[in-house]
Design a protein around this ligand. Structure first.
Ligand code: NAG
Ligand code: NAG
Ligand code: NAG
Ligand code: NAG
Length: 237
């Protein structure tokens, strides 16, 4: 009897993490993540704590991919029901640039069927982590981490084969998931007068190839198939 009471009190404590829903909504609105990437009916249920190289992400924190700061998956902290399955995703809505995101969203990571907070027990086989590596001249870009609650374990989930042309809100909706947390960061592309995108066709349609996204700046030299996006000024927001 006594144990049962203590156990239930404990579980209440564990799930009553204080978080400021308005601060989350305002942080996402400030970066125009809400409502363009996360739908306007989003109701935060937890902070989505994300920490790269010991620096905690706080809605727009800048990290430096070319200093290797985003090479590996960050650490996460969020509140979850251990008996519920979750999906964690990283998407790039500004691919290749915020000025002309013709490849958006690029799926950088998708980990599904995570039991509670046991991220390593989830399945990211279909979309292993791809480190951000913005192309020369493509300006300042956002990357968005999204946490969604699944209705159940989804062993037969279909994930689109291509990383580009993804949409996290549609994916959640298609699979009856509820987005419960989000955070985002920004990175600055190496400077250049135009956004040079290797392998892009001039028609601007999403390329099915995912090989170009891991390219380093030294391999972003112009080729006859590159697409040049004159953007004059960077969207430094
Ligand atoms: C990033 O990692 C690479 C490969 O390990 C290394 O050669 C390079 O010096 C690192 N750069 C920085 C800025 O730490
Ligand atoms: C993980 O996902 C892959 C690709 O979607 C699938 O083929 C595989 O069966 C899954 N593994 C488990 C243990 O669910
Ligand atoms: C997943 O697919 C397998 C093989 O087609 C099927 O036997 C199983 O019932 C499906 N599971 C769910 C939960 O839909
Ligand atoms: C969502 O479902 C629609 C209709 O089946 C499909 O066209 C689309 O590719 C799906 N989107 C994602 C991201 O899974």
């Amino acid at each position: 009897m006594k144990f049962t009471l203590i156990a239930s009190l404990l579980s209440v404590t564990v799930f009553s993490q204080t978080f400021d829903a308005n601060a989350i909504l305002n942080g996402l609105k400030h970066g125009d993540i809400l409502p363009s990437i996360i739908p306007s009916d989003f109701k935060p249920e937890t902070n989505l704590g994300v920490t790269y190289v010991g620096r905690e992400m706080n809605f727009g924190t800048e990290y430096f991919p070319f200093n290797n700061e985003t090479d590996k998956l960050p650490e996460f902290a969020y509140n979850a029901d251990p008996n519920t399955f979750y999906t964690l995703a990283l998407v790039d809505p500004d691919a290749p640039s915020r000025a002309d995101p013709f490849r958006a969203q690029v799926r950088h990571w998708l980990n599904v069927n995570i039991p509670g907070t046991q991220i390593s027990a989830g399945n990211s086989t279909a979309t292993p982590y791809l480190a951000p590596r913005p192309f020369v001249g493509c300006g300042r870009k956002r990357f968005v981490y999204v946490l969604a609650k699944q209705p159940s374990q989804l062993p037969n989930l279909t994930v689109p084969a291509a990383r580009p042309g993804f949409n996290i809100a549609d994916f959640a909706k298609n699979n009856s998931m509820t987005i419960v947390g989000a955070n985002y960061f920004e990175v600055e592309a190496p400077p250049g007068d135009s956004c040079i995108v290797p392998g892009a066709s001039s028609s601007g349609s999403p390329s099915p190839s995912s090989t170009a996204y891991g390219a380093s700046p030294s391999s972003t030299k112009a080729s006859s198939s590159s697409k040049y996006i004159p953007h004059g000024k960077c969207l430094n927001v």
